[in-house]
Design a protein around this ligand. Sequence first.
Ligand code: SF4
Length: 402
Amino acid sequence: MIPRRKTRQVLVGGVAIGGEAPVVIQSMTSTHTHDVDATVRQIRRLAEAGCDIVRVAVPDKRDTEALPAVLNQSPVPIVADVHFHYERALEAVEAGAHKIRLNPGNIKDRKKVNRVIAACRERGIPIRVGVNEGSVVERRNRKLRATQRQRLAADYRSEMIRLMVETLEGYMHIFNENNFHDVVLSAKSTNAGMVIDAYHAVSEWFDLPLHLGVSHAGPPETGRIRSVAAIGSLLAMGIGDTIRISYAADPIHEVEDARELLCSLGLQDRTTPELIACPTCGRIEIDLIKLVDDVRQKLSSIKTPVKVAVMGCVVNGPGEAEGADVAVFAGKGRGIIYVQGEQKRTVTEAEMLDALYEETVALADRVQRGEVTLSHRRVIIAAAEPPAGEGGNAPQRAIPDE
Ligand code: SF4
């Protein structure tokens, strides 16, 4: 297990963040919150995918007015995302939101912040104070802005991180004066390296739980890599108590990626199959890439963490698939299926998908009935002989004649 940094703990609805609690997955709806049906539908899908807490935007009064209906139907705690208008925060608290997110860059007035803190204290609701690269830059005071620009031009990264920490510190003075400590902090940037450095600095200054994320990460193809690079690095250092992987796409994928990241780091137990597959090479004799994609989709209905391997041949396959509960080793037009170390079936390429699925379902059922345990017997196969020269082909030799 990765040792985690110790922080205070806050409760969002029934979900604990920080302290000894497991890392919590968050996402955000992309619907208009005042469209209650669409918002509730998306929240339910996110919760079903494994999202622990969902954030909703409340830019208008009609959004906070819709919150009670959303909250009544939500299976998970809801965070109201507030920018510019502190009244939305007060209305969201009144509506029963489980947490409020404030941005020090656009709600600065001490009296207004005091009122939000008082309302949250009365209801026992935590507040996330989130800065990002764009919100800490001075925009009104021209003299201050000019000085900032000079400093940023000299050493952008160090100066930006200093600004983020300084902004959080200034804002936290208000919270400390109110003796209010139910706070989660975030310090986001669009740059993965900056995110790593910023959270590292914030984690040294504050003992509050941290919400990790990369802001405006872009489309999934690049956004998920930026997010995973930053969030994964921080989690590996023990920093981070709740995460949101974000990019411009259906948020359901954010949750799937977040779960995979936490499982990969051993910070969450798997509840669905783990798929390992060879990357393919010149030894391949079937359309493995399509097979892997089909297997991935088909296995998604199984709720047991069976480890499944789809390998293109037996040259490297045995070693790579050795930890699998169910594995297929494909050769020319045929494949061998192993279940917990036993060779079960030889199937044609056309039968491979269904056969692998059937064997995985059968094993998952036996695990559910308590007849076997996962990892009881892994696939262990003797290494294939080297290719036998011209015309020779080790993978095909490994597949028995019918
Ligand atoms: S398992 Fe076989 S086909 Fe797949 S990458 Fe390894 S050597 Fe190539």
